[in-house]
Design a protein around this ligand. Structure first.
Ligand code: FAD
Ligand code: FES
Length: 360
């Protein structure tokens, strides 16, 4: 007992993540998710703020402190089986948890590297195309994302990160060139820093890849729905589809934006159109375009237009969605009502700290 007392301070415990192997030290002040990621485990996660449920795992033994309410994300059965959210749980004793690792997440090991910003180009008034040259290759699957450590100058303490989806499919010819589309979030620590001045030349810490949003090898028509900077992983996945000989499938791309000025990446969309051999349809849908403007396209919310856009083959589509949580929730619900099975609906919600549930 005394040996145990002197061996470790109560600020550290042992964490074992089944089925990945040996226990490791986890700080009491860090979430189980952070400790697992820092120990190279490709632990499934997305938002890190208790808003998506991706990091759910079963508490096999030990005590944790839970930081937010998990009950609205987990089913009654999961709660009964002692499921917790790893991103919202800190160890209070030695802990063993059990998690289901995803195929894509396991495909590439999580690595940490440095990256230098080589260009910041405005795509719209609040979205930047940020190019980064990584110090070494960061192998990933199109659709995944990387965590960028919040720089000290933006208030970062070394452990806080923000997630950004790769905007291009990985290219073997330039494995260190990475591209991101980053939207300014008013009052956001990282994006306030990024948009304050041209950050070309700055160095950032990159940790990844993460995520299971990726092209599936199925058949039938595809619908891609992007809101805000959510076109980044959609573009990466479609570039991958072209390489994987899936470009013969009928494709509808929908970009939800507020006004004409918020529609971007037109040249990339044209490039995709040229390379896509199957039926290709792109539609921008504007929710706040001034009445009486010269906009000839569709207005309103993306979910309202899905029945007309997807037509008689609605239920056969495989759907890929990225962007703001509210848009994704509304579109997933419209897709499900139209008969698209949940197994064919894939999405990444761009959750941020404003989406965190109330603290306990
Ligand atoms: C899987 C994934 C992929 C993503 N990919 C992209 C991408 O490709 N492009 C992109 O633009 N974004 C992406 N995001 C979002 C991105 O990770 C950041 O969340 C976003 O850029 C905001 O970061 P920030 O530091 O500027 O804002 P934050 O500092 O995180 O703040 C965000 C908002 O929350 C408010 N806030 C801060 N603290 C609190 C609090 N305690 N309670 C309530 N509100 C609070 C802030 O005022 C601000 O309005 C992705 C997110 C996820 C989860
Ligand atoms: S990563 Fe834990 S709830 Fe989203």
């Amino acid at each position: 007992m005394f040996e145990r007392f002197f061996r470790r301070s109560p600020s550290e415990f042992q964490l074992q993540v089944n089925p990945t192997g040996a226990p490791f030290t986890a700080a009491a002040k860090d979430s189980l998710l952070l400790s697992a990621l820092q120990n190279g485990i490709a632990f499934p996660h997305n938002c890190r703020v208790g808003g998506c449920g991706e990091c759910k795992c079963r508490l096999v033994s030990g005590k944790v402190k839970e930081l937010t309410d998990k009950t609205y994300l987990l089913s009654a059965e999961e709660l009964k089986q002692n499921y917790i959210l790893a991103c919202q749980s800190q160890p209070r004793s030695d802990v063993v948890i059990e998690v289901t690792l995803r195929e894509q997440a396991a495909a590439h090991p999580v690595i940490e590297t440095r990256g230098r910003i080589t260009a910041c180009r405005p795509l719209t008034h609040d979205i930047l195309h940020v190019s980064i040259e990584a110090a070494g290759p960061l192998p990933h699957t199109a659709g995944q994302y990387v965590d960028i450590a919040l720089p000290e100058a933006a208030g970062g303490t070394g452990k806080e990160v923000r997630s950004y989806s790769f905007a291009r499919a990985p290219a073997s010819a330039s494995p260190t060139a990475l591209d991101f589309y980053i939207r300014k979030v008013p009052g956001g620590a990282f994006t306030d820093w990024l948009f304050a001045q041209d950050r070309t030349g700055e160095t950032l810490n990159l940790i990844g890849p993460h995520g299971s949003f990726a092209l599936r090898a199925d058949v039938g028509p595809i619908v891609c729905i992007a809101g805000g900077s959510g076109f980044a992983p959609i573009q990466a996945v479609l570039e991958q589809a072209i390489r994987d000989q899936q470009a013969t499938r009928p494709l509808v791309i929908v970009m939800g934006a507020r006004t004409q000025a918020d529609v971007y990446a037109q040249e990339h969309i044209d490039q995709l159109r040229r390379s896509w051999s199957g039926r290709f349809h792109f539609e921008a849908i504007l929710s706040a375009e001034p009445e009486g403007s010269n906009w000839q396209g569709k207005r309103g919310l993306v979910n309202e237009h899905l029945p007309a856009l997807l037509g008689t083959r609605f239920a056969e589509h495989s759907a890929y969605l990225c962007g703001p949580p509210a848009m994704i929730d509304a579109c997933v619900s419209a897709l499900r009502s139209g008969g698209v099975p949940a197994t064919r609906i894939h999405f990444d919600k761009f959750l941020d700290r404003s989406n965190a549930p109330a603290s306990r």
